[in-house]
Structures are given as structure tokens and as C-alpha cells.
Design a protein around this ligand. Structure first.
Ligand code: FRU
Length: 450
């Protein structure tokens, strides 16, 4: 991998500032409804968390022989949920209707890079499949290591038949790039809490046709830096990284400067992705309560930014950046949100995390018995959240069932009216809705039941 030339090579970066993130506060527009325990689960034998859809170059959900395809990080459901990151394996799921999903099994038949595989994205390009993922840990080491390298698997094919979708052929796995130490912190430079260089996300700019990979990273901040007034907040240095492919080749990438960083604000801007809408660029990341710098009260949530061009400048949505969070009574019920466009709306899928836990921090989970940790963990997808997006503002206007991923040609029922919006109830800690099911949707007719 080399640094190339290009108009965006020396472009500046946007910043998520302490003043903006200091305004984070739950509101009826940003709080998702309380999630109930899952009643059905298409993959009971595994915990399912970070999930992404097979998409074409334009970012639309792809279909292969009539099937939609999702990839997820998974681990056996007998495992203590907190240990799942150490053994994560990518499985694929397929569905004809975007409602009922079938577990296709592991996406790769051995051969994947790293000790375990973390999040990514998947491109369907003229019948060729590219699964971008994070090679986590050093494949040769005997003990667990914490390196992270964006990687790709290609060469395998997806083949649909009446009885399901199978993976055919051999995958080639390649590491795509390493951090440069200038724009992107290396593991050796890192002093902060949790080092990040992961979660590659394919994006083609609809205006320019340029091809990018976004990823989660950190900005180097030397130990003697006077950033953040020289105080401890300078250890919090999350960024949204970018690589470009000047030729559009899905395998050839050159690092570019970060799109945005959160120095003095937050350590982890996870699973960055861009959704184009109304000629604007909506950049989304997930982040945790515990990765905000001291003095900033954030939540586990989906945060977002908007810009008029891919490079920015990005402004935080809703003033603070908060787009979707969990109710105060279940602050860790969902995580790892992924937004995708649907007609005038943006839909947001996530996984059901610790739905029955209202402690101060996720660290307290470890103090519970194994059975309690397993009982409180969802380990499957959460209800899909519906977002109305208008310029710099977003608001939650309803939910769909778990695992619901509609194509743009599939209409959704009218969104919930203002006084029956799920966020309003969740904020006031009211029980959700009449005749609602798992998703906590208010809709009692029109076929879209929770
Ligand atoms: C977010 C995340 C990702 C990472 C994965 C590992 O949920 O931290 O950034 O790839 O989980 O399990």
C-alpha cells in the first residue's frame, strides 16, 4: 500500500468537539423504545452482534438469486457474552423477504486472517463478492494478541437455489493496509485505553464516483502534546479513517487523512459508515458511554454528522451528534448500529446487547453469575429503528421487527404520529404501545407489527 496523489490527499478533517458533545442529552427524538427479550431467534446456537448487509456499489442492499445477505460476528451462545470478541467468527444469513433469515453457517471455510474476525462490510460487484473485515490478533501467536488490520476476502461466490444460499469456491484473504503513524496511530504509539484500527466500510461517492473505505482509527497525540490543555482527555483520540481506491479497484487502497476525529472527546468511533441522502453525506458511528473523555456524559449510542461533500466539513447531527440511544432504564440494551437508506427514511439496525441491566457501567456485568450474564444478553438483532432525517436533524419515528431489512421497493406503514412516538414513551419510561410485540412498535394495523 502506498500513499497516492489525489484531490483529497491533503484535505482537512472535521472535529467532534467537547463543546458539541457536551450537549448530548436524551430526547424523544433520540431514545429508542425499550426492547423486550427476543421471542424468536434465527440463530439460537450463536450470539450474533455486529451485522452488515451485502450491498452494491451504490450502497443499495444487493440481492443474489432473490436472496438478501447479511454478515454477522458470531460466537457460540454457550460462551460468556463478554468473551465473544476473543473468538468472533463471521457467519452469513440469507433471506428472501428481509424478515425471516436463515443461518448459512461460517462465511469462510478456514483461511481467514487473524486469530478472530471483527466487523466489516460486504460489496457485491457484478457478481463478485468482497467481504471486508478486521483481522484481529496475530494469526501466528499462541496467546491472544490485540493487533487489528483491515482485510478482504474475495474469490468466493454466493449461489442461490430454491433451498437456500451457499458459498462456493475458494476465498483469497489479503490485508489491505497498516496505520502510517502520522494520520493514523500505530499500536506502538497508542497509550490510550483501547487501540483501534478496524471495521472497514466500502463507500462509493454518488456525486464523484470515487471509491473509499472508511474505518475506525485513532489520531496520534504525543505524550507531551498540549492538546486538550495537556490534561487526561488527550488520551481520547478516536477518528474516522479513510482509504481511497483511485481506480475503483476493490482491492487497491491508499490511505487518506481522517474524515473526522474526536481528540479530547472520545476514544472509539466504531463502525463508521456514510449514507447519502438529499445530496448530503450522513456519517454515522457507534460509541460507548465509557469511551467519552472525563467530563463528557455520553451514552452507548449511534452518533452522526452531516456534510455537503464527502470530505466535509461534517457538523454533528442534532447539535451534539446523538442520533439513537437506549432508554435510561436500559442503557445497554442495544449497540453497534448500522444505518441504511429506505426511501425518505433511514433505517437503523443494531444488536440486542444487555437488555435487562441498568447499572452504571458495563463493567458491573462481570460481577453477575454466568447464568445471569447469559440471561440478560440478547445476542440477536434488535428491532430496526426508523429515522426521519431533515438536514441537520433526525428523529426516531417508529420501529420494525427484529431482523427486518426492507428493500426500497417495499413500502413501510405510515410512521408513528408525534404523540405516539416510541422515543417519547421511552423517555418518560412509559410502557410501550398498545398491542405491540417484540419491536415495541405502536402500529396495530397495516401489517407492520413488532
Ligand atoms: C463494535 C465492535 C467493533 C469490532 C467488534 C468486535 O461492536 O467493537 O468495532 O469490530 O465490536 O467484536
Amino acid at each position: 500500500m502506498t500513499e497516492g496523489s489525489g484531490s483529497d490527499r491533503d484535505a482537512g478533517r472535521s472535529a467532534w468537539t467537547a463543546a458539541q458533545s457536551g450537549a448530548i442529552a436524551r430526547s424523544a427524538d433520540t431514545v429508542a423504545p425499550v426492547i423486550r427479550p427476543p421471542e424468536t431467534d434465527p440463530a439460537e446456537s450463536v450470539h450474533v452482534w455486529d451485522t452488515w448487509l451485502l450491498r452494491d456499489r451504490s450502497g443499495e442492499m444487493a440481492t443474489v438469486d432473490g436472496y438478501r445477505v447479511a454478515f454477522s460476528l458470531t460466537a457460540t451462545s454457550e460462551l460468556l457474552p463478554g468473551k465473544r470478541h476473543d473468538v468472533a467468527e463471521i457467519r452469513y444469513f440469507y433471506s428472501r423477504d428481509g424478515r425471516r433469515w436463515h443461518d448459512g453457517g461460517p462465511a469462510f471455510d478456514g483461511g481467514s486472517l487473524g486469530q478472530r474476525q471483527w466487523a466489516g462490510s460486504a460489496l457485491y460487484d457484478d457478481g463478485d463478492v468482497y467481504v471486508y473485515y478486521t483481522a484481529a490478533g496475530d494469526g501466528d501467536a499462541s496467546e491472544l494478541t490485540h493487533t487489528q488490520r483491515p482485510a478482504v476476502a474475495h474469490g468466493g461466490r454466493l449461489v442461490g437455489a430454491a433451498d437456500g444460499l451457499t458459498v462456493d469456491g475458494e476465498w483469497d484473504h489479503e490485508v489491505l493496509f497498516e496505520p502510517d503513524g502520522t494520520w493514523y496511530e500505530t499500536g506502538e504509539q497508542s497509550r490510550g485505553m483501547i487501540y483501534t484500527f478496524r471495521d472497514p466500510w466500502f463507500f462509493e461517492d454518488p456525486t464523484t464516483g470515487q471509491t473509499y473505505l472508511l474505518f475506525e482509527a485513532n489520531t496520534p497525540v504525543p505524550a507531551d502534546s498540549d492538546a486538550c490543555g495537556g490534561d487526561a482527555a488527550r488520551e481520547f483520540n478516536g477518528s474516522v479513517g479513510v482509504a481511497a481506491s483511485p481506480t475503483g479497484d476493490p482491492l487497491e487502497w491508499e490511505l487518506r487523512p481522517p474524515l473526522l476525529d474526536a481528540v479530547c472527546v472520545n476514544q472509539e468511533l466504531e463502525r463508521p459508515h456514510v449514507v447519502p441522502a438529499d445530496g448530503r453525506y450522513y456519517l454515522f458511528v457507534s460509541s460507548h458511554m465509557h469511551t467519552f473523555a472525563p467530563g463528557i456524559d455520553g451514552y452507548d449510542g449511534l452518533y452522526g454528522f452531516v456534510a455537503d461533500s464527502f470530505r466535509g466539513e461534517y457538523r454533528p447531527l442534532n447539535g451534539s451528534g446523538l442520533v439513537v440511544t437506549n432508554p435510561a432504564t436500559a442503557p445497554f440494551q442495544a449497540y453497534s448500529w448500522m444505518a441504511f437508506p429506505h426511501r425518505e427514511e433511514v433505517l437503523v439496525q443494531s444488536f440486542s446487547n444487555y437488555f435487562d441491566f441498568d447499572g452504571e457501567s458495563l463493567d458491573e456485568i462481570a460481577g453477575l453469575s454466568t447464568d445471569e450474564q447469559l440471561r440478560r444478553f440478547g445476542g440477536t438483532l434488535a428491532p430496526t429503528v426508523r429515522l426521519a432525517v431533515d438536514g441537520d436533524r433526525t428523529r426516531i419515528v417508529g420501529t420494525l421487527e427484529r431482523w427486518r431489512m426492507p428493500l426500497p421497493e417495499e413500502p413501510l406503514p405510515e410512521p408513528d404520529t408525534d404523540d405516539r412516538r416510541p422515543g417519547a414513551a421511552a423517555l418518560e419510561d412509559r410502557p410501550i404501545g398498545v398491542g405491540v410485540g417484540d419491536a415495541g412498535s405502536y402500529l396495530s394495523s397495516g401489517g407492520e407489527r413488532g
